[in-house]
Design a protein around this ligand. Structure first.
Ligand SMILES: [Zn+2]
Length: 121
């Protein structure tokens, strides 16, 4: 999962296509991914929790929050599903989750260091 995040940051579209489960690939994946990596600047990734995904598993789930600053500040909070076939993990799909919002006086999710209430709150 982290390697896919790095690929999004670096614009490694081939890797993103290769690690998507074959049953989920669409003819326009490549063009959509190129658009996405060109327009989006990712700032950081936080893994919230993982389930399964170990050596003896064939399923894995990763809940994460990733923050982007372009085209505007925002966060992607998702629970991704992976399956392992022929000893390789593939991204299958993801469930979008509501944004993770700190309390008013806690640091903002964007990483600015400001209190949430003075930033994106
Ligand atoms: Zn903020």
């Amino acid at each position: 999962m982290r390697s896919r995040y790095v690929a999004y940051c670096k614009g490694n579209v081939n890797y993103l296509v290769d690690t998507r489960h074959p049953s989920k690939r669409q003819f326009d994946d490549r063009i959509n991914l190129i658009r996405s990596v060109r327009s989006t600047v990712w700032e950081y990734l936080t893994v919230v929790r993982t389930q399964q995904g170990g050596k003896n598993h064939t399923n894995g789930y990763v809940e994460f929050m990733a923050v982007h600053s372009q085209p505007e500040w925002g966060q992607l909070h998702e629970r991704s599903r992976f399956i392992k076939e022929n000893n390789r993990w593939f991204y299958v799909d993801g469930e979008m989750l509501p944004p993770i919002l700190p309390k008013r006086n806690q640091p903002c999710w964007c990483g600015s260091g400001k209190k949430f209430k003075h930033c994106h709150g």
